[in-house]
Each structure stands twice: as structure tokens, then as C-alpha cells.
Design a protein around this ligand. Structure first.
Ligand code: AMP
Ligand code: TRP
Length: 324
């Protein structure tokens, strides 16, 4: 059997170039080598409040963006997490073998909890649900951006703990980071990871931004006070733009940008981003032109994966002595 791949994106906020370069691009590149399942993780999104009407539209939009970014629905299964009840079911079983101290240590939990007035229990359980997503399909490879590395270490720890208590059931998932673009930083602040929730229109390049908006955002991106690119020692803002450019276009290399004045360099990077996003945006329009297409893909995906998910939950329940 081919190794399985599993990964997910939350349908919250607008998908940005960090999501694309850190995750979606890599998914599209490796999907033919594996049996892949790509998931819109709506149960993760609701660990912080989401407007119901916006969320339900975002689920479809995210699915359409997966396809537009090159995920082939014939080759890979595209699913919505909440359409497969086994995700939540396995998450509960895993919660019962997870020490709360492991969860309290998660840096994303700490960062998100800080921003909430009341911290929902779901926010603490977030990485357990993520572990369930992966183990449910016995995924061997999980392609993600660098910010998910700690969650994946935890997933392996939880899998190991379950196996050592109840007998070998789960295989250990490996983290798969892209060679370039595993951590894209905000354009307005190269010390912060580019994120969907960060406020400010100059922070992220959305996958559906038009060329003018992209040019403007890159032109305004924070740099340093030097006049031109020094390929040997780039400041964080320039280095981030360079990474974005390099991940978008192979011909952008250190040599090719060395000595370029910042204005010209930014134009060159904007050109590369626009060229990379243009076919994705075109395909997005095609994919969404028939309102029945995306829902049909999501039903097909769910029907394909349901037996795998149910089988794993059954095995986990049996191993624990629960009623099957
Ligand atoms: P999220 O936006 O949290 O749902 O993340 C979806 C995927 O995009 C995950 O694999 C993340 O690791 C990846 N990702 C999110 N933000 C970035 C970023 N700034 N740079 C690289 N990858 C990212
Ligand atoms: N937590 C991930 C993120 O926000 C999304 C996610 C949920 C995921 N379940 C997953 C990623 C399983 C990989 C595998 O980036």
C-alpha cells in the first residue's frame, strides 16, 4: 500500500502566500507519490469564535483554493473534517491518554490563549484533535509549515503513548517541511509569522489579491535603511521577500538579486508572486463558476475516506475495551 499523506488548513480568514508556500504548493508537488488526504479543518477553526455564515462560506472557498492551487481531486481526497465524525471520536480517545502538561507546553496554545478573554477547552485540545486527524488515516507523512513542527512532535508522543498502553496500533507520522518557504514572515513585520488572523492590510498577501494590491503590499513591505540588496547579509525584511520570490520562481537566486536597489528588487519579487498566483486565481474562477462542483468533490472525498476512518476508530475502541 502507498504511504498515506494527511494535512489540513483552517477555513478561517483569508488563505495567504505563507499557506501556499508552506503547505499547498508542497501538497500539490508530492500528491502523486502518495495516497493523499487534504482536509479543511473546520473543527479546529471553531476553537476560537467564527461567525457561522462566514465559516460555512469559507469552507467552500478553502476547498476551491485547494483545487486551484493544484490539488487534483481525482488523485487526492479533499474532505471537510466535520463531515467525518470519527475525527472527533478518535480525538476523545486520545485525550484520555494525553497528559495535560504536554498540552500546556504548546507554544501556539500559549500564544492564542493570551489573546482570548476566556480560553475555551477546545484551544487546549487543539493538538489532540490534530493528532486524531493524522492517526485516523495512519498517515506516514504530514506536509506542513514549520509552525506545526511542535504539534507533530506531540502527535508522535501521543501515538507512542497509546501504543505502549494499548498495543501497537498507530504508525508514527513524519513531518515534511518544504525546502524553501516553511516560515514566511509578515510583510509589515518580518519578526512575526505571516498569519491569517493578524490585522492590517499590509501584513499578508492573500491568494486572491489582484496584481495591483500585491505590488502595493510588496512596495510597502518593511525593509531596512540600506539602499541595495547585499546577498551575503540580508536584513530580515529583505530576506523574507527573497524567500517569497525564490519559492515562487526558480530563477530568483542570490546572485540574480545581489546589488539590486530595493525598489527594483521589490518590483522583481512582486512580478514573481503575481506570475505564480495568476494561474491559481484563474483556476479558482473556473472551479467556483459551477456552484455544485466543490460540494460534489467534498462528498466524493468523504465517501472515499469514511471506511478508513471508521476502521481505525473501531480498532482503537476495541484496543481500549470499549463497546464496538
Ligand atoms: P493555518 O493557516 O494555521 O490553517 O495553516 C495551514 C498550513 O499553512 C499549515 O501547514 C501551516 O504550517 C502553514 N502556514 C501557515 N502560516 C505559514 C507561514 N507564515 N509560513 C509558512 N507556512 C505557513
Ligand atoms: N493545525 C494546523 C494548522 O493550523 C492544521 C491542521 C489540523 C493539520 N489538522 C492537521 C495539519 C493535521 C496537518 C495535519 O496549521
Amino acid at each position: 500500500m502507498k504511504t498515506r499523506v494527511f494535512s489540513g488548513v483552517q477555513p478561517s480568514g483569508q488563505l495567504h502566500i505563507g499557506n501556499y508556500l508552506g503547505a499547498l504548493k508542497n501538497w500539490a508537488e508530492i500528491q502523486s507519490l502518495y495516497q493523499s488526504i487534504f482536509c479543511i479543518v473546520d473543527l479546529h477553526a471553531v476553537t476560537v469564535y467564527q461567525d457561522p455564515a462566514v465559516l460555512s462560506a469559507k469552507i467552500r472557498e478553502t476547498a476551491a483554493l485547494f483545487i486551484a492551487a493544484g490539488i487534483d481531486p481525482e488523485q487526492s481526497s479533499i474532505i471537510v473534517q466535520s463531515s467525518v465524525p470519527a475525527h472527533a471520536e478518535l480525538a476523545w480517545l486520545l485525550t484520555c491518554v494525553t497528559p495535560v502538561g504536554w498540552l500546556n507546553r504548546m507554544t501556539q496554545f500559549k500564544a492564542k490563549a493570551e489573546k482570548q478573554e476566556t480560553v475555551g477547552d477546545g484551544l487546549l485540545q487543539y493538538p489532540v484533535l490534530m493528532t486524531a486527524d493524522i492517526l485516523l488515516y495512519q498517515a506516514g507523512v504530514v506536509p506542513v509549515g514549520e509552525d506545526q513542527s511542535q504539534h507533530l512532535e506531540l502527535a508522535r508522543d501521543i501515538a507512542q503513548r497509546f501504543n505502549s498502553i494499548y498495543g501497537d496500533l498507530f504508525i508514527m507520522p513524519a513531518t515534511h517541511l518544504p525546502a524553501v518557504g516553511a516560515r514566511i514572515m509578515g510583510l509589515d513585520d518580518p519578526a512575526q509569522k505571516m498569519s491569517k488572523s493578524a490585522p492590517g492590510s499590509g501584513h499578508a498577501i492573500a491568494l486572491l489579491d489582484d496584481p495591483k494590491t500585491i505590488q502595493k503590499k510588496i512596495a510597502r513591505a518593511t525593509t531596512d535603511s540600506l539602499p541595495a540588496v547585499n546577498a551575503e547579509s540580508m536584513g530580515p525584511g529583505i530576506a523574507n521577500l527573497f524567500t517569497i520570490g525564490q519559492a515562487c520562481e526558480d530563477s530568483i537566486t542570490r546572485e540574480s538579486v545581489d546589488g539590486m536597489r530595493y525598489g527594483d528588487f521589490k518590483k522583481r519579487i512582486a512580478e514573481a508572486v503575481i506570475a505564480r498566483l495568476e494561474p491559481i486565481q484563474r483556476r479558482y474562477l473556473e472551479v467556483t463558476s459551477d456552484p455544485a462542483y466543490v460540494p460534489a468533490i467534498l462528498t466524493q472525498g468523504r465517501d472515499r475516506v469514511l471506511p478508513i476512518a471508521e476502521d481505525t476508530v473501531c480498532k482503537a475502541k476495541r484496543a481500549m475495551g470499549l463497546y464496538v
